[in-house]
Design a protein around this ligand. Structure first.
Ligand code: FES
Length: 771
């Protein structure tokens, strides 16, 4: 079966890293690697910025990623031809002799003109009434059942009905096509190779289609319905246009139309649903503003379109950006990357339902030039009709993903093979029902205005534990590599990541303590805290080398600012963010000293690697030397010195006190736990007005601003929920915040420009926030 083959072959088919495939910028991109399927956009950005004309020697494949180059390649049908079809090695994409995708001018134009009458605006418009009735019926049944798999229950039946009517095939045998055509769709090479039964299923589907063609040929010969608009009728009446096709061409062309009108529309519909789930306030916004649905579909096509790439073959040497791609080379053009190109789209990683599209930034996901997808208007109409019916049926509730969705593992198509969803009351946070799903990845959402600004730029990826090492009593270090062997995101000293362990274990934040130059791995140091929330105990007791978990971030609230001299002070596991700071200070030629305190030498991690710095490092095991002598260490304020301290609260408090006479910006603290809090300034409810959402909410004393906003169905990024990570920071437009977080320094608090809404509150009756 398709899915079992996918998982069985993962080890043997996973591409191995090869020094020759790493370009000078250190980027490794393989279209069949895990990240190319699961989270391709970070890698696309790296390609655009550092290797826009990239060569993967192992695959013997050139890759173009910038919008301008992708568009030019798609238009250059003289030097970038389709002769080998769309798959990356030209061996798996055969629909037979009538395959439009693998044809070039002039014959391509002949066959395209032949079936064009089935795709005219009138022909497409004529499909709408049937589409709408079926969509309404399928959604009603889905709602009545309380949910299900949106792919099999709604998206596929809707798409198949339309594609078979377009083709002119009997709709009565939908089940046959659903079972067999889906497998034959896997003909294009996918993440884990070709399913073993794909060829047989493909043959069976073609034989079935040949029977349909023969039956219809007899009817056409008898003069029955010869002016029907469907594709098979156009094919069988080709002689009217002076075109002669043999049966293999007829079946090949029909099969291509059937497949292409199924997989891309299905992917578009399911990507739309995933976007709706990701940004829950959108469903209500679209219900209130159905006129916005059309642009919502366009933005989804750009933001997470159904077609990631197409392949071409060069017929001559082609030079792009000074790099010559030799004749007879295979070239992959990444439309998925072009759609996120910051050279063309403002804030390309934001989902903006009001984004304007013009001829200068038109969407390339359906191709360009003579090979643009003929069925694109049908796919757009399907999505629009489905969404109109879906939001019209909302009754104070929402469609939400409640399980683990499964993406197609196909080279070209980006959509979902499974999308478990439920209908839940609006605003209910079903993310809690999804142990492996992302936390809120929404920066802000404005449902009452024209522009919605929704999407995080945060990186999230599966990572494999490549090493787990005991560093001291109760301390282990983890080395984490991206599960597909890709590069990890850039970070700076002081940064931390969220460790998402799954299985109901709370997500926690840990400082990165490795080398920022090493993009192959992250290193974390983790203290076992039995009285903690369970994350560190899980890491110590259960997590093992080889396990795959997820990380999110990095983000940095503890930036190392340039200075001629530093005093670093670490207590216990607080040494972790200091380690890369020392590396950076050393590299910058700064003068620095480290004072590192701990209960005992045995409990202090990383002392071995610190020793090489000789006298710059002073180790203070409490049972040998007593507490750090802060009066001596910080006794002399120095305008050129920055003090960085991370450790337990008593140490941080003592350092703050010792630095009282230092210049205002000299001291930088990082807290692992929330600072002890006094009573809030205000014990009565207060009002929060969300300026972009045009909503006003009341925050009672027992609730946080964050929870009130989330209950209102408005997504805001958050992570720790206790004011230590900085994820939920928002701009304050009016009012005085009662800062209760452990992130902002004194100056930032005084300015009142931003606040952490998971813990901070209002001093007065009202706050206006930039959400
Ligand atoms: Fe971490 Fe608010 S969610 S500071």
């Amino acid at each position: 079966m398709w899915r079992s083959v996918m998982s069985a072959d993962i080890e043997t088919l996973e591409p191995k890293r090869d020094a020759r495939t790493v370009d000078p910028a250190g980027i490794f991109f393989d279209p069949l690697s895990y990240s190319a399927f699961d989270h391709p956009y970070e890698m696309y950005r790296l390609l655009r910025d550092h290797a826009p004309v990239y060569y993967n020697e192992r695959r013997d494949l050139w890759v173009l990623s910038r919008y301008e180059d992708v568009q030019a390649a798609l238009r250059d049908h003289a030097r970038m031809v389709n002769a080998l079809g769309n798959d990356m090695d030209g061996t798996h994409d055969s629909y037979g002799p009538g395959n439009l995708i693998a044809l070039d001018p002039p014959y391509h134009g002949v066959l395209r003109d032949l079936v064009q009458p089935s795709f005219t605006p009138k022909a497409v418009k004529d499909m709408e009434a049937r589409m709408r009735a079926l969509a309404r019926d399928l959604l009603a049944r889905f709602r009545a059942a309380g949910g299900g798999d949106f792919v099999t229950d709604v998206a596929l039946p809707l798409v198949f009905d339309s594609s078979m009517r377009l083709l002119g095939a009997p709709v009565g045998d939908t089940k046959f096509w659903q079972d067999h055509l889906l497998r034959s769709m896997a003909r294009t090479i996918g993440q884990f190779g070709i399913p073993e039964d794909a060829a047989a299923s493909n043959r069976e589907a073609e034989e079935h289609l040949a029977e349909v063609v023969r039956g219809r040929r007899a009817e056409v010969a008898a003069g029955i319905n010869t002016d029907a608009p469907d594709v098979i009728t156009q094919i069988l009446t080709a002689a009217r246009k002076g075109v002669t096709l043999d049966e293999a061409e007829e079946v090949g062309l029909a099969h291509l139309v059937l497949s292409a009108s199924t997989d891309a529309p299905e992917a578009l519909l399911t990507n739309c649903l995933a976007v709706l789930d990701k940004f829950p306030g959108l469903q209500r916004h679209l219900k209130d503003n159905p006129g916005a649905i059309r642009n919502f579909v366009e933005e989804t096509l750009r933001y997470d379109g159904p077609a990631k790439n197409l392949c071409r073959q060069t017929t001559a040497d082609v030079t792009i950006r000074g790099v010559t791609i030799p004749r007879d080379s295979r070239v992959m053009v990444l439309m998925g990357s072009a759609s996120r190109d910051e050279r063309v789209y403002d804030d390309p990683d934001l989902f903006d339902v009001a984004r304007r599209f013009t001829s200068k930034n038109k969407i390339l996901t359906f191709g360009e030039g003579i090979h643009n997808c003929m069925g694109a208007p049908i796919a757009r109409l399907l999505a629009q009709v489905l969404l109109e019916e879906l939001v019209a049926g909302l009754d104070g509730d929402e469609y939400r993903i409640v399980g683990t969705p499964e993406r197609w593992a196909k080279q070209m198509v980006r959509g979902f093979a499974s999308l478990p969803m439920k209908i839940v009351p609006a605003g209910r946070d079903t993310r809690k029902l999804k142990p492996h799903a992302s936390a809120a990845h929404v920066q802000s959402l404005s449902v009452g205005s024209t522009r919605l600004t929704v999407e995080t730029k945060e990186f999230e990826a599966p990572v494999r534990v490549t090493a787990k090492t005991v560093e001291a009593d109760g301390v282990v270090s983890l080395l984490l590599a991206e599960a597909g062997g890709e590069l990890l995101p850039e970070w700076t000293p002081g940064a931390h990541v969220d460790l998402i362990l799954g299985d109901g274990v709370p997500t926690r934040q840990y400082s990165l303590c490795g080398d920022p130059q090493d993009r192959r791995q992250f290193r974390l140091g983790i203290l076992r805290e039995p009285a903690g929330s369970g994350g560190s105990v899980h890491v110590h007791d259960r997590l093992a080398e080889g396990d795959v978990i997820r990380i999110r971030g990095p983000r940095n609230n503890f930036e190392l600012v340039p200075a001629p001299r530093y005093v670093f002070i670490a207590g216990g596991i607080g040494i972790t963010p200091i380690l890369p700071m020392i590396r950076a200070a050393e590299a910058a030629g700064a003068d620095w000293t480290l004072h590192y305190g701990g209960r005992s030498r045995a409990s202090m991690a990383f002392t071995g690697e610190l020793e090489r710095h000789g006298g710059k490092v002073r180790i203070w095991p409490q049972d040998e030397t007593g507490l750090l002598d802060l009066a001596h260490i910080l006794g002399q304020p120095d305008a050129d010195t920055k003090v960085y301290c991370c450790g337990p609260e008593p140490l941080l408090g003592a350092v703050e006190k010792a630095c009282a006479a230092w210049p205002r910006k000299a001291l930088h603290l990082e807290r692992f736990a929330a600072r002890p809090l006094g009573a809030p300034v205000r014990n009565e409810p207060f009002e929060v007005h969300l300026a972009r959402s045009q909503r006003t909410l009341i925050v009672p004393p027992e609730q946080s601003i964050l929870s009130v906003i989330e209950e209102a169905g408005i997504g805001v990024m958050s992570s720790c929920g206790e004011g230590t990570c900085g994820t939920c920071e928002v701009k304050v437009l009016e009012g005085e915040p009662d800062h209760r977080d452990s992130v902002l320094d004194a100056e930032a608090r005084e300015s009142g420009d931003t606040m952490m809404i998971c813990v901070s509150r209002a001093c007065g009756k009202r706050l206006v926030l930039d959400i």
